[in-house]
Design a protein around this ligand. Structure first.
Ligand code: GLC
Length: 611
C-alpha cells in the first residue's frame, strides 16, 4: 500500500498544522540548519542537501556572474532549490536579496528612486505599485525574498544610509510602508496583524528593517548607538512597524545598532518582549549580515557567546553568511548544554516554517520562467519615470518674484550641460545598484540626465556637454552665447559606513563648477544626492533655479519631463535642508531654533511661488 504523504506536504491542511507536523519530524541538527542563512558563494549540495540549510542570500552585488541575466539567476536559484528538496524532509530554501529600489542586484532591471526620493512624493499608492513591480522582477530571477523596506527614520544626514530612509519623521515612513502590500500582496479583510501573508507566486516575502532605532544612531555613525528614552524609541523609530504588521509583513531584520548601549541583536527586551510579545509579530526575525559577530567584540571573539546571546534574545534566523559549520556546531552544543532551550529553537523553526508555508514555496519551489520578459520592461520603466517626476523637489525658481526661470525652453539655440553627474547612470542610481556600494558610468541599462536632455530639446538646439568646464573653455564656447546651463552635481554612490560623512559639501568641486558657470550663464542646478548638501548663500543667489533630484535611478527622463514643463513639480522635502552641518541633528520638533535653509515639507510648483 502506498505510504500516505506526510501531513506537512498536504497544501489543504492549515498552515499551523503543517508547521507542527513538520517540526515534530525534525532532528535538532535539521532545526539548527533551518536557522542558518548562507551566502550563495558557499551554497553547495553538502550544505543544502546533507545539512538542509534553511536559506541562501546574495550579498549586495553578489550575482552568478557580472551582467548575469534573469534567466541565469533563476537557473542558479533553481539548482540550489533542487539540492534543498533532495534533503531528508525536502524543506525548500527561501532565497533573499536586497531589492531596495527595484531589483538592483540584477543587470537591466528597472531601478527606482531610492527611498529618500520616494519620501518626497508622499504617495502611498506609488509606493505600493513600485512594490508590485519590484516583486515581479525579483520573482523573474527566481528569488522569493527581498530585504526591504528599510523603515529607518533618519535623524542625522551624516549617516551613510539616509538615502535608504523615506524621511526624518515617522509619519512619512509610515505612509510609505504601503510598499509591503505591493511586494507581498494585500492581505484579506480581517487578516490577523503580525501574522505573515503572501498573496502568490508573483509576490515576494518582504522584510521590515532594521529593528529598531537604526535611523537614530548617534551623530549618524553607522552601526552606532541610539541614545533616547523608550518613549522616543517607540514614537519615532518603532511606529512604522505596526503598519507593516497590519499588512502581514513576513520578516523583520534586526539592527546592527544598539539602544542606550545594548546591541539590538542581543536585546531580549526589544526582540522578544516588545516585537514578538507586545507587538504580536509572528513571522521570522533575521539577523543582519554577520550581525551576531558584532556582539563578539566585547567578548573576545567568543562566537559561541554571540550565538547564545542572539538566539536567546529572539533572533530566529542568522545571516551567518560564510562560516555556517561553526554556527551549527556552536548552536547544537548550546542546546545540548541547556544554554539555549529547545523551546527557543522550536519557536524559531516554527516561525521559519510558517513563513515558508505561507509563501507557497513547498507547492511551487521553482522560478516562473514566464516572468523573464518583465525585467526592465517599458511599463515598469514608465512607472519609474513617473516616480522620478513625483520625487523631484523644486527649491528655487527665478531670482526675482514673478519671474520663474523654469520651465526651460526646448527650442533654445545653444545650451550647456555640465557637472560630474550629468552623464552618469551609476551616479544617478546611487548605492545598492549592481554593486553593493554602486558604481560609476553605464553600470546598467537606463537613461542618463544628459541623454534625457538631448531627447527633450528640439533638433535645432545645440547641446554642449562639458563635465568640468574651465573659464577658458567657457569663454571659447561663449562666442555663440548659451541660452542657459543645466549643471548636475552631487555625491558619488556609497553604502552603509562608506557613506558616513561629517562634512556635507558638494563633492567633485561641484561648488566651484557651479559658481564659475552661474557667474556668466543663467543656470539651473540639479543636486543628485542621498541627502541635503551644503549650499553657500552666495551660490544660491547666483543660480536661477535649484532642484533636489535625490538618487533617481535609471529613468533620467523623469527629470526633463519637469525641467521642460511637460509636467509640474510635486515633491516636498522629506528631510530638513540644513544650512550647515553645525546645525545637525536638526528637526522641526525643536521649535523656534529650527532654522533650516529649506524646511521639511517645502517644495515649489513651477508656477506658484510657495506651496
Ligand atoms: C547589510 C545591510 C542590510 C542588508 C544585509 C544583506 O549589511 O545592513 O540592510 O539587507 O546586509 O545584504
Amino acid at each position: 500500500m502506498a505510504t500516505e504523504a506526510p501531513l506537512y506536504k498536504d497544501p489543504t491542511q492549515p498552515v499551523e498544522a503543517r508547521v507542527k507536523d513538520l517540526l515534530s519530524r525534525m532532528t535538532l541538527q535539521e532545526k539548527a540548519a533551518q536557522m542558518a542563512q548562507i551566502e550563495r558563494r558557499v551554497a553547495t549540495p553538502a550544505a543544502l542537501t546533507n545539512l538542509a540549510i534553511g536559506s541562501v542570500l546574495s550579498a549586495g552585488g553578489s550575482s552568478p556572474r557580472d551582467g548575469a541575466t534573469a534567466e541565469e539567476w533563476a537557473d542558479m536559484v533553481d539548482e540550489m532549490q533542487r539540492w534543498a528538496l533532495a534533503s531528508r524532509l525536502g524543506i525548500p530554501i527561501i532565497y533573499g536579496s536586497d531589492a531596495v529600489h527595484g531589483h538592483n542586484n540584477l543587470f537591466g532591471a528597472t531601478i527606482f528612486p531610492h527611498n529618500v526620493g520616494l519620501g518626497a512624493t508622499r504617495d502611498r499608492e506609488l509606493a505600493r505599485r513600485i512594490g508590485e513591480v519590484t516583486a515581479l522582477e525579483v520573482r523573474a530571477s527566481g528569488i522569493q525574498w527581498t530585504f526591504a523596506p528599510c523603515l529607518a527614520v533618519c535623524r542625522d544626514p551624516r549617516w551613510g544610509r539616509c538615502y535608504e530612509c523615506y524621511g526624518e519623521e515617522p509619519e512619512i515612513v509610515q505612509m510609505m510602508t504601503s510598499i509591503v502590500s505591493g511586494l507581498q500582496g494585500s492581505p484579506p479583510e480581517g487578516h490577523p496583524s503580525g501574522y505573515p501573508f503572501l498573496a502568490g507566486q508573483r509576490n515576494v516575502i518582504a522584510c521590515a528593517k532594521h529593528f529598531v532605532g537604526d535611523g537614530g544612531t548617534h551623530k549618524g555613525i553607522n552601526e552606532g548607538n541610539t541614545i533616547c528614552s523608550y518613549e522616543e524609541l517607540e514614537r519615532i523609530h518603532m511606529s512604522p512597524y505596526p503598519d507593516c504588521f497590519n499588512q502581514g509583513v513576513c520578516t523583520v531584520m534586526a539592527s546592527y545598532t544598539s539602544w542606550n548601549g545594548e546591541p539590538l541583536h542581543s536585546s531580549h527586551f526589544l526582540i522578544t518582549d516588545v516585537l514578538k510579545d507586545k507587538l504580536g509579530f509572528k513571522g521570522l526575525v533575521v539577523s543582519d549580515w554577520e550581525g551576531i559577530d558584532r556582539l563578539c567584540k566585547p567578548h573576545g571573539s567568543n562566537y559561541r557567546y554571540c550565538v547564545a546571546a542572539s538566539i536567546n534574545a529572539g533572533v530566529d534566523m542568522i545571516m551567518v553568511p560564510f562560516r555556517y559549520e561553526k554556527f551549527l556546531e556552536d548552536l547544537i552544543s548550546l542546546v545540548e548544554s541547556g544554554e539555549v532551550p529547545i523551546s527557543r529553537i522550536d519557536d524559531a523553526v516554527e516561525r521559519i516554517l510558517r513563513v515558508k508555508f505561507v509563501s507557497g514555496i513547498f507547492e511551487q519551489p521553482f522560478s516562473d520562467r514566464s516572468l523573464l520578459d518583465v525585467v526592465g520592461c517599458k511599463e515598469h520603466r514608465l512607472l519609474a519615470r513617473d516616480a522620478v517626476r513625483k520625487s523631484l523637489v523644486l527649491l528655487k525658481n527665478g531670482k526675482e518674484a514673478r519671474q520663474p526661470f523654469l520651465p526651460l525652453k526646448k527650442n533654445a539655440k545653444k545650451i550647456l550641460v555640465a557637472g560630474s553627474h550629468a552623464d552618469n547612470i551609476g551616479y544617478q542610481c546611487g548605492g545598492w545598484t549592481i554593486a553593493w556600494y554602486g558604481g560609476s558610468g553605464r553600470i546598467t541599462a537606463g537613461t542618463s540626465i544628459l541623454e534625457a536632455i538631448r531627447e527633450a530639446v528640439g533638433e535645432e538646439t545645440e547641446v554642449v556637454h562639458e563635465p568640468n568646464p574651465t573659464a577658458s573653455t567657457l569663454q571659447q564656447q561663449q562666442k555663440e552665447p548659451f541660452s542657459y546651463a543645466i549643471v548636475v552635481v552631487g555625491e558619488a554612490p556609497y553604502a552603509e559606513m562608506l557613506g558616513d560623512r561629517t562634512g556635507l559639501s558638494i563633492p567633485f568641486n561641484g561648488h566651484d563648477t557651479l559658481s564659475l558657470i552661474a557667474g556668466t550663464i543663467p543656470t539651473v542646478t540639479l543636486v543628485v544626492s542621498g541627502r541635503p548638501l551644503v549650499l553657500e548663500a552666495q551660490l544660491l543667489n547666483q543660480i536661477e533655479a535649484l532642484v533636489a533630484v535625490w538618487l533617481p535611478g535609471t529613468e533620467g527622463g523623469g527629470i526633463t519631463d519637469c525641467l521642460f514643463g511637460d509636467c509640474d513639480f510635486h515633491g516636498v522635502l522629506p528631510v530638513s535642508w540644513f544650512r550647515s552641518v553645525d546645525q545637525l541633528p536638526m528637526h522641526s520638533s525643536i521649535g523656534a531654533d529650527y532654522d533650516p535653509l529649506f524646511p521639511i515639507g517645502f517644495g515649489l510648483r513651477m508656477f506658484d511661488k510657495k506651496l
